[in-house]
Design a protein around this ligand. Structure first.
Ligand code: C5P
Ligand code: MG
Length: 275
């Protein structure tokens, strides 16, 4: 923590304001899901699809090449956001174009998730169940694939009614074959725009001025920008990769930084304090 006193003040402020003023806004990939397990990388919602049987071998190679080219740029702390932004848009655009060509069937997504190595962080069940039990809304705000991430939480039996998802969703034709992506692309650096756009859809969320925000990228810091008259935002950041190089910048922007922590222990302890 850069400023433990501030964290204490925010937590006490939230406790005093009461549970019905609190919401949780969380990123999905590498925030709610594990970054690694037994030394092996875990997939993002994109990777679940990229590695599945729904994608041809030829397309898999192209998607892997994109990942190998653009992921190092995503986590490169020597480049500015301004430099990275057009390259990230390029990555998402190229990957989504390839996915659209694959004639992905909606009814096969569940199997792709089932057969994948996707894992929610240890302690996820307590996290989701606690929020549900106390009627605290959870907004999952993801630049990943909405259809896939919904299936991950559905299969983990934690897609409770208090969970709302804002993400990139696929459009399917009447035979259930994917033909496009719906709406405006969400990538890692336009979550602010998305948050502002969504305000009409999430009226209930707008009115909860105390936010616990969870993310793993510096782009996740603006996810709460659509909330009206914010009182407190407690920002918890998971730093998964390139820890030494990025630690200082994460400490400067997140209130709490968790270093290569594959669990929900800290967010859960905070919720336990608040409920
Ligand atoms: O859910 P979240 O907003 O974290 O999703 C974004 C993540 O998806 C990025 O951190 C990026 O590494 C990953 N990604 C991917 N394949 C793509 C585009 C993004 O794995 N084609
Ligand atoms: Mg993420």
């Amino acid at each position: 923590m850069r400023d433990p006193q501030r964290v204490q003040e925010v937590l006490h402020g939230m406790l005093k304001a009461g549970l019905d003023t609190i919401q949780v806004i969380s990123d999905f990939d590498m925030t709610l899901t594990r970054f690694a397990h037994n030394g092996k990388r875990c997939p993002t919602s994109h990777n679940i699809l990229d590695n599945s049987q729904l994608i041809s071998d030829e397309c898999k190679i192209k998607l892997k090449d994109l990942l190998n080219k653009y992921y190092p740029i995503e986590i490169d702390s020597s480049r500015t956001v301004e430099e990275k932004l057009p390259l990230m848009v390029e990555w998402w655009t190229k990957a989504h174009e390839l996915l659209v060509q694959q004639k992905i069937r909606k009814d096969q997504l569940a199997l792709a998730v089932q057969e994948s190595d996707a894992m929610l962080r240890d302690g996820y069940q307590w996290f989701f169940d606690c929020l549900h039990q106390h009627s605290v809304p959870l907004l999952i705000f993801s630049a990943g694939l909405g259809d896939v991430l919904e299936e991950v939480i559905r299969q983990a039996a934690v897609f409770h009614p208090n969970v709302k998802v804002f993400s990139n969703y696929m459009d399917f034709d009447e035979t259930g074959v994917m033909t496009a992506f719906k709406g405006q692309l969400i990538h890692i650096y336009n979550k602010r725009e998305g948050a502002l756009l969504q305000t009409g859809h999430f009226q209930e969320l707008r009115a909860r001025p105390n936010v616990v925000l969870l993310g793993d990228s510096l782009g996740d810091l603006t996810m709460a920008d659509g909330v009206q008259e914010v009182e407190n935002v407690l920002k918890i950041g998971f730093l998964n990769d390139k820890v030494d190089e990025r630690k200082q910048s994460y400490l400067n922007s997140y209130d709490i930084v968790l270093l290569q922590d594959e669990t929900m222990e800290v967010p859960n302890a905070i919720l336990d304090f608040l409920v």
